[in-house]
Design a binder for this molecule. Sequence first.
Ligand SMILES: [Zn+2]
Length: 370
Amino acid sequence: MSRIATLENTSVHFYRFLILSGLPIFALRRIHKKSTRRASMAVDGTFEKDWQSFRTLNDCNRYMLTNEIGCDITFLVGKERHRVSAHKYVLASRSCVFFAMFYGPAAESGNEIEVPDVEPDTFSLLFRFLYYEELTVKTDAIPEILYAAHKYGIMKIVKKCKKILEETVCTENVCSIMESAHTFNDTELLRKCREYFYREPIKCLQSDSFLDLCADCVDNVISSDDLPLEESLIFERVLEWADAECIRKNLELIDSSRRHVMGKILNHIRFPIMESQYFAERVACREILSKSERLAIFTFICSDQKSKTDFKSTRRKGRCVYARSCSAKQNSRMTHSNRYKVVMRFERNGHVTLKNENLWFVGQNRRRTK
Ligand SMILES: [Zn+2]
């Protein structure tokens, strides 16, 4: 009863306001009809009564978004075109990209906008931030959030994501982060990813996300002198990357396709410093390199007089060495690896230290000291 009385009072005041506004009578009827419909929705319980009072701005915005009140734009998000309704005013007031989209010289004229390259979860995360400053970021979703935040120029989210990334970067996600940094030309983040990669080269190279890198990023990583790995390890993994790239590009899995997708990457694999046996058994028997390239590299490897090849032949700054077997005995002992001319010390706790600072040790001491 009291609800209806309040509604009637409100209606009278509202109508009086409209009459004073001097609008033509047909416009007044239309506005009154709309306002009555909205008010009856409130009475029916569709909206909470007087939800505005005692709420903060953020809470009111949250309520408007969640209940899709007064929305004037709809996004069709993701491959499944999930519908997300919003308000142009709010979005434009928080993002320069949305501002240009709705009020710029080339503003969108329709009321529906397709967003096929962002997933609904990520899109609603952006909206929660734009409407009421809520930002909860899961580490594994950061690459996609970064992409979306860059796309819509929401730099506060970008900054927060970068901070989390720097704190949570791991061998499994460093390549994904690197790809995001590359996409948005974030040179600082790219540099940090590369530095991390070179600190944990084996695990990063073997991570699943390495196979998803673009050709430029693969080239960027493996061309550096700072990558402390054997060329054979790099070559094997780049071959796997090439297979993945061929599949992405619908190319046949043959060596000519692999060479095609590798492009300039191939020139940054240092074939001339590979061991002759490995080169003969794993590289020369394939069609990745041309006959003349194989001959030139063989000549370089086997001859004392180093001829020029198209491939870099300088050693990288620090190479990881796999110890295939260890001869450490009880207590700490020194052992020699003639192959790499390095002295390894096996400690009681199973740790291994090297005397030659230009080499890093990777692997396990099979006969751990007690
Ligand atoms: Zn890339």
